[in-house]
Design a protein around this ligand. Sequence first.
Ligand code: HEM
Length: 420
Amino acid sequence: MARKVFNSPAYVKPCVVDVAHKLLGADNWVFLDGKAHVEFRKGLNGLFTRRALEIYLPGQEEVYNRYFKEFLEITKQAGGKPVPFMTHFREVITAVSCRTFVGHYISDDAVKKIADDYYLITAALELVNFPIIIPYTKTWYGKKAADMVLAEFARCAAKSKARMAAGGEPNCIMDAWILEMIKSKKWREAQEKGESVEGLEKPTHMLRDFTDYEISQTVFTFLFASQDATSSAATWLFQIMAQRPDVLDRVREENLKVRNGNINAPVDMDQLESMTYTRAVVRELLRYRPPVLMVPYVVKKPFPITEAYTAPKGSMVIPTTYMALRDPEVYENPDEFNPERYYTGDAEVKGAKNYLVFGTGPHYCLGQQYAQLNLVLMVGKASLLLNWKHHPTPKSEEIKVFATIFPMDDCPLTFEERKW
Ligand code: HEM
C-alpha cells in the first residue's frame, strides 16, 4: 500500500508544510510536480554518479579526521563522563554535507554557524505551525537561519563559477554542477554557430545557466533533505556499534584490511564499495532504525487506493516506511538488529520491494547511494581511530521524533583514541 502511494504520481504529490515554501523559496525545484520535476531532476542525477561521488571523498575524510579529534576532546573536557552526542553528530554531519556540497568555498566558521543554527530550521518545520511568520517564533528563527544559509551558498556559487571558468578541478557538488553548465553552454554555442563540436566534451545532460541564487536554493535542498536523516542514522549507528562489539570488530577488521593495515589511509570508491560487511551493517541499521518514518503526500485527484476506498482530492495520504521494514514475512525476527541478513542472507532480494528507507517512485531519494557510502566511510574510519562506549539510560531505546528519529536520551557516549 505504501509503495502504491509513492508510485502514483498521477494521483499524489509530496505535501510539505506551508512554512517549507517560505524557508526554501516557493520557486524551489523540490516543489515541482510531474514533467517539470522529472526534467529538473535529470539535470541533478550527474552529481550523484559513482564518478562524481569519488571526487567528494577527500573533503569528507578531512572533516571526519578533524571531528573525531574533537570527539576525544569533548570526553576529555567532561572529565571522562558521558556526554549526549546527538547534537555533536548533527554538527559533524552538517560539516561533511557542507564540504561535499560547497567544498572549500565556505569557511570553517560559516560551517560551524550553519551547524549551530540548522536545528532552528528543523524546529521551524514542525507539522503544526502558524501560516504566517511571527517575529521571535520558531518559524521566524528558522527563516532567519535559512536565509543565512542561502546567502552563504550563493556566495559559494559565485566563487565556484569563477574557479570552474578558469579551468579549476571540481571537488564538490557545486563545482560538478557548474562544470556541466559550462560544458552545456560551450556545446550549445558551438551548435548555434554551426561550428564543429569535435574536441568538446558532451555534457551528460544539457543544462541552462542557473543564477547564483538558483544554485544556492538547490544545494540548500540537499542540505535540507540530508541533514536530519543522516544525523539520525549516524547517532543510532554509534549507539548500536557500541552495544554490539561483535559487529564493530568485524567492521574494524574489514576496514583495516582494505587499508592494508594503515589506519590513516584514505579510501577510494572501489575500496568503499568492496566493504560488503560494513555496507551490510549500514543497510541493516537503516532498516532497523529508518530515519524517515513517513512521507506526507497530498491527493491531486480522487485516488482509488483500494477497491473499497477512494481518497478525495485535497486529502493527505501518508505512506509509512516502517511497516514494510518490519514485515516478519520478509525479515525473520524483524525487531532484531542483524547485519547478517544483508551479508550472507537474502534480505536484499526478498526485501527488494520492502526497502522503503529512501522512498520509491519519482521522488525517491536523490542522495541514497551517497548517504549510505558516507555512513560506511564514517563508521569505518571511526572504528580504526576511536574506541567508544555507550552509557545506557532507561531512555536509550525509546524513540523521540525531531523530524527524524533519535534516542530519547540523545545518546550518551565517551570516546578515547584507539591504540593499536
Ligand atoms: C540516511 C539518509 C537519508 C534518508 C533515510 C533519506 C530518505 C529520503 C526519503 C524517504 C525521501 C522521500 C522519497 C519519496 O517521497 O519517495 C527522500 C527524498 C530526497 N532526498 Fe533523501 N534521504 C537521506 C539522505 C539524503 C542525502 C544525503 C541527500 C542529498 C545529498 C538527499 C536528497 C534527497 C532529495 C533531493 C530528495 C527529494 C527528491 C525529489 O523530490 O525528487 N537525501 N530522502
